[in-house]
Design a protein around this ligand. Structure first.
Ligand SMILES: C[C@H](O)CC(=O)SCCNC(=O)CCNC(=O)[C@H](O)C(C)(C)COP(=O)(O)OP(=O)(O)OC[C@H]1O[C@@H](n2cnc3c(N)ncnc32)[C@H](O)[C@@H]1OP(=O)(O)O
Ligand SMILES: NC(=O)c1ccc[n+]([C@@H]2O[C@H](COP(=O)([O-])OP(=O)(O)OC[C@H]3O[C@@H](n4cnc5c(N)ncnc54)[C@H](O)[C@@H]3O)[C@@H](O)[C@H]2O)c1
Length: 309
């Protein structure tokens, strides 16, 4: 199968389902992305259920949301601290937590996953949710690199399945990539666009090609930086300073890889390398592999290319 050949054209199938006004969102995965999406959805008046595998993870996620909300209001309500407190309380009231995704989706308008970047695990999740979610519930994935159509294939609601790709840190990054597959209905696509806009984001429509727009450009760039360093052609620190001051990027490529998560970066690269083994942009990096094997996933584990403790 050609890497960029499939899922290219999106014909809108007619559907018995109208565009859905998304009010209750179930977000599966309470890590960096899931928690960030939950925060923004709750802040914009949506009812959110955040799902993960344990209460301990969920408690940490809610603490992270609270800390991030405090940073947001420090700027947004700089002159009105009381309004800031009310904003935080209102947002937190909109968030509930759960460990049973199949039960949580029974009242969902949208089920959005932000779990581990693994096709089989995402397919298994949606195949279970497909059985308990009402007919009108739209399914969406926040995948960084996998074809949405491949994830959707595990369900019977191909017309009500799309992609919503957010960026880290979600409260700060203004873009969402909205993805329809060849089977996504116009109504579903419109609902996803409306939801993204309701979150205050700028939305772009993307084809269902691996990496969509941003990651197809950003991931090869970050990996080229690692390879440049592996060749001995620059220190991590110098490369980061060079790209910040010479290209105006807010973070250098090593800082950004640590911020994204090296485990996620490796999942992306390994998946693309399996699809196109001869593409040099997707060739493996021994340094990245070693850091991941050592459990050094970046900022979230306290160490990656740099140390954070
Ligand atoms: C791989 C995936 O599929 C796709 C991806 O997501 S790729 C990654 C995309 N993301 C990027 O490229 C991020 C690049 N970095 C940046 O844009 C910026 O460095 C940044 C917005 C993260 C931080 O801004 P910066 O000015 O550099 O640093 P910093 O001083 O820490 O933050 C400034 C302010 O931003 C706000 N802020 C930053 N992170 C925040 C968060 N998580 N929550 C709320 N507010 C936040 C705060 O107001 C903060 O001020 P504070 O420290 O007083 O609270
Ligand atoms: N990190 C980024 O910059 C970024 C940006 C956009 C998209 N993404 C994508 O978002 C997804 C999540 O990335 P992240 O950085 O938040 O990862 P993360 O490691 O911070 O969080 C993943 C969370 O999912 C939970 N989880 C795993 N399997 C689960 C399951 N079956 N059911 C419920 N919960 C489960 C884990 O316990 C963890 O809390 C990935 O698909 C990733 O590619 C990541």
């Amino acid at each position: 199968m050609a890497f960029f050949g499939h899922h290219m054209c999106r014909a809108f199938s007619s559907s018995a389902f109208r565009s859905v006004a998304i009010k209750h969102v179930v977000i599966i995965g309470g890590g960096q992305m899931g928690a960030g999406i939950a925060q923004v959805a709750a802040s914009t008046g949506h009812q959110v259920t955040l799902v993960d595998t344990s209460d301990a993870i969920l408690t940490k996620a809610v603490k992270g949301i609270e800390a991030s909300l405090k940073r947001v209001v420090k700027k947004k309500f700089a002159d009105k601290p009381e309004a800031g407190v009310a904003f935080i309380e209102k947002a937190l009231r909109n968030v509930s937590i759960a460990t049973d995704a199949a039960a949580a989706v029974q009242s969902a308008d949208l089920a959005l996953e932000a779990i581990v970047e693994n096709l089989k695990v995402k397919q298994d999740l949606f195949s279970v949710l497909d059985k308990t979610a009402p007919a009108h519930t739209i399914f969406a994935s926040n995948t960084s690199s996998l074809p949405i159509g491949d994830i959707a294939s595990a369900t019977s609601r191909l017309d009500r399945f799309g992609g919503l790709h957010f960026f880290n840190p979600v409260p700060m990054m203004k873009l969402v990539e909205v993805i329809g597959t060849s089977a996504t209905s116009q109504e579903t696509f419109d609902s996803l666009m409306n939801f993204s806009n309701a979150l205050g984001k700028t939305s772009v429509s993307c084809k269902d090609t691996p990496g969509f727009i941003v990651n197809r450009l950003l991931v090869p760039y970050m990996l080229e930086a690692v390879r440049l360093h592996e060749r001995g052609h620059g220190s991590k620190e110098d490369i980061d300073v060079a790209m910040k001051l010479g290209a105006g990027y807010p973070m250098g490529p090593f800082e950004l890889l640590d911020y994204v998560g090296l485990d996620t970066a490796k999942f992306i690269l390994d998946g693309w390398s399996a699809m196109e083994p001869t593409n040099p942009l997707f060739s493996p990096s021994p340094l990245l592999n070693k850091l991941v094997a050592d459990g050094k996933f970046g900022k979230k584990t306290g160490e990656g290319f740099y140390k954070y403790k």
